[in-house]
Structures are given as C-alpha cells and as structure tokens.
Write a protein that binds this ligand. Structure first.
Ligand SMILES: NC(=O)c1ccc[n+]([C@@H]2O[C@H](COP(=O)([O-])OP(=O)(O)OC[C@H]3O[C@@H](n4cnc5c(N)ncnc54)[C@H](OP(=O)(O)O)[C@@H]3O)[C@@H](O)[C@H]2O)c1
Length: 280
C-alpha cells in the first residue's frame, strides 16, 4: 500500500454510534473508506496495541478520529497515533471531541488532543464538539430500565443532538477538508429539553409512561461503576451530569445547518424513528 498517495479515509470507532454513520455517509458519496475497530471492520485497530496503527494508516489521506472511549488518560497514545499519521502522509483529521471542550483545562484528555491537533502543521484538522447524543436514550446509559430514565440531571436542560447529524457534520468536513480546515463545530439539536421532556416524547411514541427519576449523583456513579464503567471515569460522569443539573447544559446553535445545509433533527422525530428500541 502506498504511504503518501492514498486517498482513503480511515474511520476509527467505525462500529460505534457516530463512526458507523460517518462511514456510511462517506461511502454514499463514493469516497473510499477504510473502517477501523477491534473487530467487525475493514482493519483491526486497537488503541491498546499501537502495532495496529501503521497498517491502518497506510494509504490514508483523511482520518475520522474517535479517541479511546471510557478513558481519561489517552492524550499520549493519541499523540503517538498522530505522529504515525504524519509519517503516513495524512492530510486531514476530523476529531470527535465534546461540547464545551474549548473551555476545558489542557489536563482534560479531549482538550489535550484538540491542542495537539492545533500544534501540527503537516495536516489540517476540524473539530466536532457535540452535545449529548439522543442515542444515549436508545442505545446506552439513558435507555429506560423498568420504564425509568435514571440520571442525576435535576431539572436542567440539554440540546440533545442526533448521531446522524453529528455524523453529517463530520462527513462534510472529511468530504471537503479545505473548506472546513481549522473549523470547529458544536452540533446540537434544535431545542434544549429537560429529562422530563425527553421522557414525555419517548412516552408518546411507545404508548406507555416512561418516567425520569433524578438520583443522588454519587449513588448513581457508584451504580455505573458496578455496571462496568471504569472507576476513573466517575469524575467525567460527575462533571457531565453536574453541568446539566446546574443549568449549564448545551443550548441550540446553528452549527449543524452551517456545516451541512440541513437543519438538525428534533427529539420528537428521533423518538418516532427509534420507537422499536423502547418496545417491550
Ligand atoms: N454519548 C454522548 O452523549 C457524547 C457526547 C459528546 C461526545 N461524546 C464522545 O463520543 C466518543 C464516542 O463516540 P461514539 O459514541 O461514536 O462511539 P461508541 O458508540 O462509544 O463506540 C466506540 C467505538 O470505538 C471502538 N473501540 C472501543 N474500544 C476500542 C479500542 N480499544 N481500540 C479501538 N477502537 C475501540 C468500538 O469498536 P470495538 O469495540 O469493536 O473496538 C466502537 O466502534 C467519546 O469520545 C465521547 O466522549 C459522546
């Protein structure tokens, strides 16, 4: 495989919520894609096994970068990956960060990777900083259990955003790197909703009552750790939920429209399209 003349886009986290959608959107535009994950992808890529980096990067011009998930200490290993990307002749990286990271300390790994990217001149980059995903309610930790959504969110609101919209923003940057070089987008949904309001939308589409239950934050974090979340990730969960509960959650902006030309999906529409996830 060529190291400098490739025109493939490497999609990391390609079996995940955004990566799978980014890969599909690029393939739909006939952009050559190489999907990467530990399994079920074109190439095996494992953040815990740096020997997998070079093979994944050979012949690659663009990268959709999803850093290690459920970890807090990844800036170093991502830096090593970016060093290899430079050597492989990569010309653009689009990084999946998180909402508000531009204000975070450089000690926060997502922010450290943003700053690392900004310091490199051999390739351009774009940053995608989404609000909380709507798909958290259908695929991960906000999925109702016994018809309850349990999270220490108080009465705070968040402009939950659809993974399709996040992927559309990322795909736009990867399809036209020059047009989005140096740009950062913070995809949000079109409205900020409380957890009560989100639960009401889900109730409407499933035809039974789905409730939101606020909970003591430390008890909730302990329960998440018991359920398999690494203990060191507890601080991230504390900060994420405190932000919403204290009224500092994300608010709607125009970034999805600006990057893609299409307005973001409403929660109501997401719920209608996703109803099967909540059927008993
Ligand atoms: N959920 C939210 O509300 C939210 C909001 C803002 C930002 N974010 C950010 O979004 C990112 C997660 O993106 P996502 O939700 O699209 O992904 P995801 O659905 O959590 O999926 C994770 C992906 O990473 C792969 N992966 C896991 N461990 C790996 C490893 N050791 N080496 C290589 N690949 C590995 C997984 O595939 P395999 O397991 O097969 O390897 C999978 O493809 C995180 O950085 C998070 O901070 C999330």
């Amino acid at each position: 495989m060529s190291e400098v003349t490739g025109n493939y886009t490497l999609v990391l986290g390609a079996t995940g919520k955004t990566g799978a959608r980014v890969a599909k959107k690029l393939i739909d535009q006939r952009i050559p894609v190489r999907t990467a994950a530990r399994s079920r992808a074109n190439v095996r890529f494992d953040w815990n096994d740096p020997s997998t980096f070079a093979h994944a990067l050979a012949g690659i011009s663009g990268v959709y970068l999803v850093s290690p998930v459920m970890r807090v200490d990844f800036a170093g290993i991502v830096g090593r990956f970016l060093d290899e990307a430079e050597r492989a002749g990569v010309r653009h990286v689009t990084y999946l960060s998180a909402y508000g990271m531009e204000h975070a300390s450089e000690k926060v790994a997502l922010r450290a990777v943003e700053l690392d990217l900004a310091s490199r001149t051999s390739f351009s980059h774009s940053i995608v900083r989404p609000a909380w995903f709507m798909q958290n309610f259908s695929e991960t930790f906000l999925k109702p259990v016994n018809d309850e959504i349990v999270v220490p969110g108080g009465t705070g609101a968040e402009a939950f955003v659809g993974a399709e919209d996040i992927a559309a923003v990322a795909a736009a940057t990867l399809a036209d790197p020059a047009g989005h070089a140096g740009r950062a987008y913070s995809p949000t949904g079109p409205e900020a909703l409380t957890f009560d309001e989100a639960a009401a939308h889900i109730s409407n589409v499933v035809g039974r009552k789905i409730s939101y239950r606020d909970m003591d934050r430390e008890v909730w974090i302990d329960a998440m750790i018991q359920a398999g979340v690494p203990a060191e990730y507890g601080d991230v969960l504390r900060s994420l939920t405190e932000t919403i509960a204290s009224g500092r959650g994300s608010r709607p902006n125009n970034d999805v429209l600006a990057a893609t030309g299409t307005a973001p999906t409403r929660f109501e529409q997401f719920a209608a399209e996703t109803a099967a996830a909540w059927r008993l």
